[in-house]
Design a protein around this ligand. Structure first.
Ligand SMILES: [Zn+2]
Length: 133
């Protein structure tokens, strides 16, 4: 039996890895790194708690309850996740596009770079403003 098969057999009837357990796993890793530098016992305990809670979620048999908690977590973090996503997209496209904020409605407007001075029309409120692209 391969490791993967053994792992999937282990997780039969269990909740398995979801976003919330990943979050706590990441949190525990972050706290462990802090522990390395500060040697703080309380931070270490918090790290162990996060690790334990993540493990509890993965191995839990109460799948519907864990699913509900994960949904709550996803809903609560939807705003920040989409913000991070757009920041990453912006960073990846920084050589191709330039971003401006509409002076009227604060809408973010993306324009191709290197076109010199151009008139930009806001797609939301139709305000026109001049910028160097
Ligand atoms: Zn606008």
């Amino acid at each position: 039996m391969t490791f993967r098969e053994r792992l999937s057999r282990l997780l039969i009837g269990r909740n398995g890895v979801d976003n919330l357990s990943k979050f706590f796993l990441g949190l525990s890793m972050a706290f462990l790194v802090v522990t390395l530098f500060t040697n703080n016992g309380i931070v270490y305990l918090v790290a162990m708690f996060c690790l334990g809670y993540s493990y509890f979620r993965i191995m839990s048999r109460n799948i519907s309850k864990r699913y509900y908690e994960n949904q709550q977590y996803m809903r609560a973090t939807a705003g920040i996740r989409s913000k991070i996503k757009s920041m990453i997209a912006r960073f990846n496209q920084r050589k191709v596009y330039k971003y401006f904020t509409c002076p009227e409605c604060k809408q973010k407007v993306r324009v191709p770079r290197g076109r010199g001075k151009i008139a930009i029309t806001c797609p939301k409120c139709r305000t026109e403003f001049i910028k160097r692209s």
